[in-house]
Design a protein around this ligand. Structure first.
Ligand code: DQA
Length: 152
């Protein structure tokens, strides 16, 4: 039944709107629209509705996560630079009480020391990093498994 379809919020943080142009040796040449299309395709295969968003504003991301509590079944998040700074996004994810998977395009552990810590990880069931755009598709596969097994 259509109204039984589960839904996943995919949140992208600051500067991810610049994908394709931004440091392609680190982030690849896929644009954010390419990522969204790949997620929509995999979501359709998995029977999941996808709500794919990007914001450069911390408060807007917090607001989306708060809304998700009522209307989504899971959250996939690449909080970008906010991963390393935002207790507000961590608190929102913990309050959402939904399964969370954290994604990074790059391998944050091969990069600057300040990228090695993510506040988001504390709220995440799992973390995928370093696999580029494919990491988002893998996160959807993992989310489908979590939702099928009744969440984390
Ligand atoms: C990123 C890694 C972060 O350290 C960085 O600030 C980003 C993108 C990634 O996807 O690899 O903006 O989250």
């Amino acid at each position: 039944m259509a109204n039984d379809q589960q839904s996943v919020l995919i949140v992208n943080g600051p500067n991810l709107n610049m994908l394709g142009l931004r440091e392609p040796t680190i982030y690849g040449t896929d644009t954010l629209a390419d990522l969204e299309a790949a997620c929509a395709d995999r979501g359709a295969d998995l029977g999941l509705a996808i709500d794919f968003r990007q914001s450069n504003l911390e408060g807007e991301i917090v607001g989306w996560i708060q809304e998700a509590r009522q209307v989504q079944d899971g959250i996939i998040i690449n909080a970008a630079a906010y991963s390393h700074t935002s207790i507000a996004i961590l608190d929102a994810l913990q309050a959402a009480e939904l399964p969370v998977i954290e994604v990074h395009l790059s391998n944050i552990y091969k990069r600057d020391q300040f990228r090695h810590h993510s506040y988001i990880s504390q709220a995440a069931h799992g973390v995928i990093c370093g696999l580029g755009a494919h990491g988002y598709v893998l996160a959807l596969d993992a989310m489908a498994g979590l939702l099928e097994n009744g969440g984390p």
